[in-house]
Design a protein around this ligand. Structure first.
Ligand code: FES
Length: 103
């Protein structure tokens, strides 16, 4: 059963910013969208580009390698929302951002 893992502190990731964290050996992109944190798999569905290094506009990140776009709140691929990257649970405890893998 996955458990919540502390991955960063709230003040470390400004609104509009992102970073890669590792949760139980898995690369996860952590995004701050207007003060709300989201966690999705950091590997683009196309060829594994690092999503957290892409440009963020609203809740949409553009993969830096070839431009696929994902909604970081749902993980859905903007060009085809029937597919997407896995989204993970987030909770804030004090100033800690904690992530629990969902699959
Ligand atoms: S690896 Fe992300 S668009 Fe190609």
């Amino acid at each position: 059963m996955p458990r919540f893992v502390t991955v960063a502190r709230v003040h470390e990731i400004a609104p509009g910013a992102a970073r890669q964290v590792t949760v139980e050996g898995r690369w996860v992109g952590l995004f701050n969208i207007d003060g709300v944190f989201h966690a999705v798999d950091n590997l683009c569905l196309h060829r594994g580009g690092p999503l957290c290094e892409g440009a963020i506009r609203g809740a949409v990140v553009t993969c830096p390698w070839h431009g696929w776009q994902f909604d970081v709140a749902s993980g859905a691929l903007m060009q085809d929302p029937t597919v997407g990257v896995s989204r993970h649970e987030i909770r804030i405890v004090g100033d800690e951002i904690q992530v629990r893998l969902t699959d």
